[in-house]
Ligand binder design. Sequence first.
Ligand code: SAM
Length: 318
Amino acid sequence: MHSGNSQLVESLLNSATQRADQILRKKSSASTKGTLSISTQTTANTKQESPQPIHNYGKNPAITTTALAHLLWSHVLQDATHTAVIDATAGNGNDAVFLAQLLFPNLSNDTAQVSTNQLLCLDVQERACQVTEQRLADLLPQSILQNNVQVLQQSHATFPDSQGPVSLVVYNLGYLPNSTHLEGDDAPDKNIKTNTQSTLNSLMNAATLLQVGGMLSIMTYPRSDAVEDAAVHAFCQGLALFSSQTQDWRGMFTENDNKNHPDLALSPLIDRTVKQQIYFNLEKVLHALGSKSAWRVQEYKKMGWIDSPILVTAFRIK
Ligand SMILES: C[S@@+](CC[C@H](N)C(=O)[O-])C[C@H]1O[C@@H](n2cnc3c(N)ncnc32)[C@H](O)[C@@H]1O
């Protein structure tokens, strides 16, 4: 290239880089406005020298329900041994990878490794199972994959026999979101999604498998399925009421009791059929675990975000 031209190109490049820098800095300071740790660092001098850090809050449990769910799982699985975990909606394998890191920590790939923990991942879609399996294979030693991990293409409505003691069953309801982990150009089919009846059956089976000190974790999406969300809430509220001193869980299903306890009333979205499914599934849990089982149930949602995903956890204390 002619040297005059190359200088011109270089100077154009320089000014473009400087302009891009300025835009990035502006964006960064706009997006962090009001954040104490950032705004107090901004002085006339630093503005020139160092670009503002761009924060990624995605992993902060105070910001996203997924990060909060992961934090709660890590509490349940602290020092986990001789226990099984079920990812009932494997999807793109993000949750499965996180669970595998908790269940099989400090493993290296070079020797045969042994663990007493088990991870079971279920999904109705073949491509979800393939992606999850591949991501686990990239992470775990072969011996662990073979002996301690199962990825099954089947509905979570029922679980395979002989799970042994289960300490955590996790659900991320809804449909398979698009992801860089999926092969091919086809977007996933959003019509293949969890549904109220199989979700309720699954929660009932999961609750009966769960050991004391174990937890159900359910991410629901009221925007995409308000009835399923309401049914999950009602089922888990029923679990919470098993050990209530003041309110019989069956009262949730009778109008008179609901007048006395409006906070416990079922959502109007729940029709007669779904009501019956919730009732019978709660009866089955009670029958399987006995009347002494006790649960502590919480929900976590973003305030001010209409229809934000909601995390519901049901922790078995007795
Ligand atoms: C929101 S995605 C799960 C995301 C996943 N946990 C992750 O970390 O990537 C929901 C998944 O549930 C699956 N699914 C729908 N109905 C199901 C059922 N009855 N049993 C098991 N999986 C189901 C869908 O195929 C989809 O992959």
